[in-house]
Design a protein around this ligand. Sequence first.
Ligand SMILES: C[S@@+](CC[C@H](N)C(=O)[O-])C[C@H]1O[C@@H](n2cnc3c(N)ncnc32)[C@H](O)[C@@H]1O
Length: 205
Amino acid sequence: MSTNSGYEEDAKNLIEAYESYSFETAHCRHLHLFPSAPCSILEIGAGTGRDARALVDHGHEVWAVEPTDSFRSWAEETHPKTKLHWFDDALPDLPKVNQLGVQFDFVFSSAVWMHLDKGQRASALDAVSRLMKNGAELLISFRYGPIPEGRRMFAVNVDEFLEEAEKFGFELIERTQQAETSDVFNRSDLSWIWVCLQKSGVGYE
Ligand SMILES: C[S@@+](CC[C@H](N)C(=O)[O-])C[C@H]1O[C@@H](n2cnc3c(N)ncnc32)[C@H](O)[C@@H]1O
C-alpha cells in the first residue's frame, strides 16, 4: 500500500472538499507561524494547492510536492502561477526536490505525517532537515483520531516526533495545545496538533 492510497480514487470529492475553505480558515490558529517576509517555501503533500497558492499570493516562492496525480494536475491546470512549482515527489526521500539543489527558508506540511511509518519518519526528518537552511523553520501538523479504511495511516505522537526531530538538528519554537485545535470539517473524533520547529543544525551534519 503506498503512502497516498485512497486519494486518487476519491480525488473528485477531495478536490471539492479541500477547496471549500481558505488558507486563512484552515490555519487561523497558527497564521502567525507563517513567514511574513517573502522567502522560499517547500510545501510537502500540497494536495490541491490551496495553501501553496495563498503563500505565493503573500509574496513567497513555493515548491509544492504532491504524489497524487489528480490533485497535482488539477492544481496546475486550474491555478497556474509563475512562482508556484509543482513536483511529483514524495516523502520520505523527496528525490526530485533533492536534485534541485535548493535549500529552503520554510517548510510546511499539513496533514501528511500520519501516512509515514516509523522508519519512513526518521528518513523523512533527515531529508527535510537537509533541504533547510540553518535557521529555517518547519511547520507541521499531526492527526489524532481513528484511521479510516482504505488509507495507509499510522498513529502519531508529537512527543516522539519532537524527540526524534532533535536528532536531526531541530528545536521546538511553538506547539499548539490539543484543546485549542479543531478539525476544519467539524469531525468531532479528529483533532490536530501543530508544531513549529527551527533548524539549528547543532549536533547534526
Ligand atoms: C490529508 S491530505 C492534505 C492535503 C493538503 N496538505 C491539505 O491540508 O489540504 C494528505 C496529502 O498528502 C499526500 N501524500 C501522501 N503520501 C505522501 C508522501 N509520501 N509524501 C508527500 N505527500 C504525500 C496525499 O497525496 C495528500 O495530498
